[in-house]
Design a protein around this ligand. Structure first.
Ligand SMILES: NC(=O)c1ccc[n+]([C@@H]2O[C@H](COP(=O)([O-])OP(=O)(O)OC[C@H]3O[C@@H](n4cnc5c(N)ncnc54)[C@H](O)[C@@H]3O)[C@@H](O)[C@H]2O)c1
Length: 444
């Protein structure tokens, strides 16, 4: 026996029955085990634990759930003292109804969701993984203890013993994979950007509606504790009506080759700034009406990028239907770290989300140098909780039938904004959203 983070003891995993209600183990003495919600693992720098969310105290009646790989997972509850989604108590027993998920795409985003499903969400089960690249498939399967691996979604659907798909493949594959899964009656979580065009978005929305399945788009910032708290306060009237919403995302490292090519991804405005497009619309509480975008390419040559229209800096100005104004700043690659912040100026005050410090720890070793605090290194570090909570939300929606909070319509608005923004910098003029919307996907 070996203690884990939660203070629970380690023991072997009983095998879960596919799609069945599962009885969680009890301690040998018949007493409920103590525990807390499983915390995100620490990165190599060990400083990305979100400081705004202190580890909650173990509530009465919490239990530990053994997980694949032999470590113990604490399943009981968050600070609000409820059992996590998918858990219920019958008599003195805790049950988890698990939603079985097929992960499609075992790259960077796929691994983030695999991590949430296998290490943090008792109600979710990673049933199988799909990726045409054998090395990616094997690496993810081994890392997350998933033995069922397929080269294509068709093969996985032929097997079929799962409730939902999580699609984390390049953007140009989102439409076909989403429609295929929906037609097979599987609920769909698809990463942002939802698709390349409005026609594709409409086909995805229609397929989900036709087959009565959920379609959630991966705008995880809406589930980030800071962003969610800011949204609630704006809704509560704390700063009055939003007048200006300014959002920035600066990310380190070049995205994969397909993600910096307008033809396969719609470029950085889509790949990096989709989150900003969604957030400014969500926080302003209004749809964009007109955008003007300027782009610049400072580092492409140094990174040997010669893709047509490549840019690594972007500034967008937005007018919303409400009369509010917005701006988006994007820089990628940006060597100093991962930086995502928002400022909302309302009629009665100002609100800021995020800062440049990755943790609250300050270090001073030299009075001439001053205080040092590390910035977030990567997006999985900055949005650790957001990714877990968005996947928890999806699992909960599949389990309960409740509609997702982030829909295909939200994804479609972000795609429309990207298309208008791209047209703006290509043609050097402000573009009204209705030009793109009226084209009904004639864009691409
Ligand atoms: N929400 C976020 O913060 C976030 C972060 C990163 C990426 N993303 C999004 O996730 C998606 C994937 O990005 P990534 O960075 O993980 O890309 P990636 O290139 O790292 O991984 C994509 C994986 O999909 C696989 N793949 C390609 N076609 C496939 C198919 N037809 N079926 C199954 N697998 C297939 C590839 O082999 C690869 O392993 C993109 O839409 C991207 O914008 C979102």
């Amino acid at each position: 026996m070996e203690p884990d983070q939660s203070g629970c003891a380690r023991r072997a995993l009983p095998t879960a029955q596919a799609g069945r209600v599962r009885h969680l183990g009890r301690s040998p003495g018949g007493r409920p085990r103590g525990g807390t919600v499983q915390r995100p693992s620490r990165g190599s720098q060990g400083y990305h634990q979100p400081r705004w969310r202190p580890r909650p105290a173990a509530p009465r009646g919490s239990r530990c759930l053994p997980e694949a790989g032999g470590t113990l997972r604490a399943v009981a509850t968050c600070a609000r003292r409820r059992f996590p989604s998918g858990c219920r108590v019958t008599g003195r027993r805790l049950f988890v109804e698990r939603v079985r998920i097929c992960l499609v795409g075992a790259g960077r985003a796929g691994k983030v969701h695999a991590n949430s499903l296998t290490r943090h969400l008792p109600a979710g089960e990673l049933a199988c993984i799909v990726d045409p690249v054998q090395s990616a498939l094997d690496a993810a399967g081994a890392e997350y203890g998933v033995s069922l691996r397929f080269k294509s979604l068709d093969e996985a659907l032929a097997w079929g013993r799962f409730d939902a798909v999580v699609i984390t493949t390049p953007t140009f594959t989102h439409r076909s994979l989403t429609v295929l899964a929906a037609e097979a009656g599987k609920h769909v979580f698809v990463e942002k950007p939802m698709a390349l065009s409005l026609v594709e978005c409409d086909e995805m929305i229609a397929a989900a509606a036709r087959n009565g399945v959920h379609l959630q788009v991966g705008f995880m910032r809406r589930f980030d504790p800071e962003f969610a708290a800011a949204y609630e306060q704006i809704q509560g009237g704390r700063i009055g009506r939003p007048m200006i919403v300014k959002s920035l995302t600066h990310g380190p490292g070049l995205p994969p080759a397909w993600a910096r090519d307008l033809r396969t991804s719609n470029g950085m405005l889509a790949e990096v700034n989709s989150h900003d497009w969604d957030c400014v619309r969500w926080l302003a509480g209004s749809d964009p009406e007109r955008v003007y975008v300027e782009v610049a390419n400072f580092k492409g040559a140094a990174h040997q990028v010669d893709t047509p229209h490549f840019y690594d800096n972007v500034l967008a100005t937005i007018r919303f239907a409400s009369g509010a104004l917005g701006s988006i700043s994007g820089v990628c690659p940006c060597e100093y770290g991962y930086d995502a912040r928002v400022e909302i100026v309302g009629e009665r005050g100002i609100m800021q989300i995020g800062d440049m410090r990755g943790q609250a720890v300050l270090v001073c070793t030299d009075r001439n140098q001053g205080l040092v605090t590390p910035i977030y290194r990567t997006w999985p570090e900055r949005f650790t909780w957001a990714y877990i909570r968005e996947m928890e939300h999806f699992v909960e929606c599949v389990r309960t039938g409740r509609p997702p909070a982030v829909t295909g319509a939200d994804g479609r608005w972000a795609v429309a904004s990207v298309l208008a923004g791209t047209r703006s910098f290509l043609e050097g003029r402000p573009v009204r959203l209705e030009e793109v919307l009226a084209a009904d996907g004639g864009e691409r």
